[in-house]
Design a protein around this ligand. Structure first.
Ligand SMILES: Cc1cc2nc3c(=O)[nH]c(=O)nc-3n(C[C@H](O)[C@H](O)[C@H](O)COP(=O)(O)OP(=O)(O)OC[C@H]3O[C@@H](n4cnc5c(N)ncnc54)[C@H](O)[C@@H]3O)c2cc1C
Length: 383
């Protein structure tokens, strides 16, 4: 599959599956299994997976374009997709000793039949994803894990969870190990409902692991190597993908605002809103400028990921912080420009506004990114 073919498939799925049901799924808080099936059938669940597992072997440029395209139609589905791609990247990066054990899972992903996700954040350490408070305990040929994972996108719908926990003998707060835990593992349960302000259809419920037994065959990283692996494998793609979700939301907000300004009319003036009011045109222009600036930032990040250089980590951190703010700003302006029609939920703009607020609080949060950017500029260690 080429880059263009992947984006075209994402567009077709967005138009055919996501757009018709996004509003209803948001209202009902319903996870879209239909969307995941369509993404699997189209070969998009294996987007970045090597061809030997049936994947498309595509890179960050395509991930950004596909994720933004999905988010334009339904940010909940886009975030489910992103978490799956990240979980897949962690499984594909598994330590060499377990390549044979995880190969069947990767082949299922390549065949579009397996959805995975990340179970990193814990109730005890909140947004500090780098510091799990749970710990794995040695148990025969594996470990036993008990953990309270506070928000897990696709909870109850994923076939597997990529779980971080402190290594059995780890001594520091970031001495974590990452495991692949099958959904049907005894002791794993959905610990509560998901009823969020935004991203309501992505099932980001808490999960509990109670004495879950996991074989060494599914220990994805070496002991205490979870944190550096998450930093090198997850952070760049998560920040890129989050920025792409933000871009999709901004584009959808601009499109909805244009439609409204063209169609809504002052009958007594014989003009559309857009024809009548220069202030609204100026607000719309500002939304477009912010959206295109975010697109340029994402393109720049893609280039930094394709050809890493000294400034790559800085760009990775900046992109998520900036994208979250841009999405909030652009969708907030859309709410104002579209007036009562947006406020009373006629237009679907308020779903974009609510969804946009998730990006800033998803770890690494926008404020944590700012803190790290400041530290790195001053030469202070990040952790
Ligand atoms: C829709 C959604 C989906 C999610 N999906 C997943 C998932 O699939 N997997 C997963 O593992 N997690 C997931 N999460 C969890 C997410 O990554 C965060 O862990 C969670 O949102 C943090 O919320 P909190 O209330 O615990 O934040 P807190 O840690 O209590 O933070 C509160 C405020 O303090 C700020 N803050 C905290 N520490 C610092 C610091 N050092 N410097 C500056 N400011 C700081 C934060 O930015 C925030 O504004 C999801 C969250 C949401 C909302």
């Amino acid at each position: 599959m080429t880059h263009d073919a992947a984006v075209l498939k994402a567009r077709e799925i967005s138009n055919g599956v996501l757009t018709p049901s996004a509003g209803q799924n948001d209202k009902a808080g319903k996870f879209s299994s239909e969307a995941i099936e369509a993404l699997g059938n189209a070969g998009l669940l294996g987007l970045m997976l090597p061809a030997e597992f049936g994947g498309a072997g595509l890179g960050p440029r395509t991930l950004a374009a596909v994720t933004a395209t999905l988010a334009e139609a339904d940010a909940s589905v886009a975030m489910v997709y992103l978490m799956h791609i990240l979980g897949t990247a962690m499984i594909a990066a598994a330590r060499p000793g377990i390549a044979e054990a995880v190969a069947p899972v990767l082949r299922e992903i390549g065949a579009g039949l397996h959805l995975t996700t990340l179970a990193i954040s814990e109730a005890g350490s909140r947004s500090h994803f780098w510091a799990p408070v749970s710990r794995a305990h040695r148990n025969g040929k594996g470990v036993r894990i008990s953990a309270k994972k506070s928000w897990v996108t696709s909870a109850g719908h994923a076939h597997s969870y990529v779980v971080s926990t402190l290594a059995p003998e780890g001594s520091g707060p970031t001495d974590s190990t990452v495991y692949l835990v099958a959904a049907e593992t005894r002791g794993l349960s959905i610990a509560g409902p998901w009823d969020g302000l935004g991203l309501r259809a992505n099932a980001s419920a808490p999960i509990a692991l109670e004495e879950c037994e996991v074989s060494t065959d599914f220990q994805l990283t070496d002991d205490s190597a979870g944190f550096p692996t998450m930093m090198s494998v997850l952070l760049p793609l998560f920040n890129l993908g989050s920025a792409a979700v933000a871009l999709g939301l901004c584009r959808a907000a601009v499109a909805a605002t244009v439609t409204h300004l063209k169609n809504a009319r002052f009958e007594h003036l014989g003009q559309s809103l857009g024809e009548s009011l220069p202030t609204l045109r100026a607000h719309l222009a500002e939304m477009q400028i912010e959206t295109d600036s975010l697109a340029a930032l994402i393109d720049d990040l893609v280039e930094h990921l394709e050809e890493p250089r000294d400034t790559t980590l800085l760009r990775v951190m900046e992109s998520k912080a900036a994208a979250g703010e841009t999405a909030i700003s652009v969708t907030s302006t859309a709410m104002r420009v579209c007036g009562g029609a947006a406020f009373s939920k006629h237009l679907g703009v308020e779903r974009l506004f609510r969804d946009a607020h998730a990006g800033a609080v998803m770890a690494p949060t926008a404020d944590v990114m700012r803190e790290f950017i400041g530290k790195s500029l001053l030469g202070i260690p990040l952790f």
